[in-house]
Design a protein around this ligand. Structure first.
Ligand SMILES: [Fe+2]
Length: 277
């Protein structure tokens, strides 16, 4: 197995590994270390049926129950799918994952990682972009670091300030998804100890104790800074990619820049995380 960094801050490619076969303990340890060090791992050339994918992701942690069960695979509900072939009830096409975000931050214990496994890809485009929020935090000036350190973000299923609208939750799903949760705007990675900015434009409703006139410009300024190109890794998908990323220190976004007549379909799994601190 080879692990080859993609940039000097985010992303590594893993070659020479077959996740459909048993993985020795030392390889598992190397993968977990590489995940924490590189934040995004692209394990190439996999071909995993849903049950094999469940087995493969267990190398990295326990499966997290996703909030909107309408995307669960009937034959294997722990796995959801992402597809460009779904529409909103009004007929508009739904492109999952557009706009910068971190997954399910409206959970008390948001998923530490998300895994996507490419099943069908368009012939061109559809990259996933990642922004390294730890590198972005480190690059803040001292005054901004001090300003955000005590702040608490209010996260909800759908922020009223977000331009991107999510697919509505069913009544049963609303029952189990919190109305709002509080997370620090600066969080410390439980494994690496690195500090990072923790915001989420599609889920963050405000900052506790700040009025919107102050909170929204601050959040916009943090987002603009954190998504500068110097903090980004852009993943160009290849058939068979198994990509795992760390939601605790990254933002990501999909790009709906390809021919929508072509199918884009990936399996999605998330892994249980900790309470952000
Ligand atoms: Fe996402």
């Amino acid at each position: 197995m080879q692990i080859v960094p993609m940039t000097d801050h985010t992303g590594a490619e893993v070659r020479g590994l077959d996740l459909s076969r048993p993985v020795p303990d030392e390889v598992r340890t190397a993968l977990r270390d590489a995940f924490v060090r590189h934040h995004v791992l692209a394990i190439r050339d996999q071909s995993l049926a849903p049950s094999q994918l469940v087995q493969a992701v267990s190398l990295f942690g326990e499966i997290f129950q996703q909030h909107n069960t309408r995307f669960a695979l009937p034959e294997c509900p722990q796995i959801h799918y992402l597809s460009n072939q779904d529409s909103f009830p009004d007929g508009r096409r739904y492109i999952p994952g557009e706009g910068w975000h971190t997954d399910h931050s409206n959970d008390t214990r948001p998923p530490k990682a998300t895994i996507l496994h490419a099943v069908q890809l368009p012939s061109f485009g559809g990259d996933t972009q990642f922004a390294n929020m730890a590198a972005a935090y480190e690059a803040l000036d001292a005054a901004t670091k001090a300003r955000i350190e005590p702040l608490i973000g209010i996260h909800v299923y759908q922020s009223s300030h977000s331009g991107r609208k999510l697919m509505a939750l069913s009544e049963a799903n609303k029952e189990r998804v919190p109305n709002a949760v509080l997370h620090p705007v600066m969080r410390t990675h439980p494994e690496s100890g690195a500090r990072s900015i923790y915001i989420n434009p599609i889920r963050i409703e405000g900052i506790l104790g700040l009025d919107h006139k102050e909170a929204l410009p601050l959040l916009a300024e943090l987002l603009q800074h954190a998504t500068e190109e110097r903090f980004q890794y852009r993943h160009a998908w290849q058939p068979g990619d198994f990509v795992i990323w760390d939601n605790r220190c990254l933002l990501h976004k999909a790009n709906g820049d390809y021919d929508m007549a072509e199918m884009r379909y990936l399996y999605r799994v998330m892994l249980q995380g900790d309470v952000p601190r």
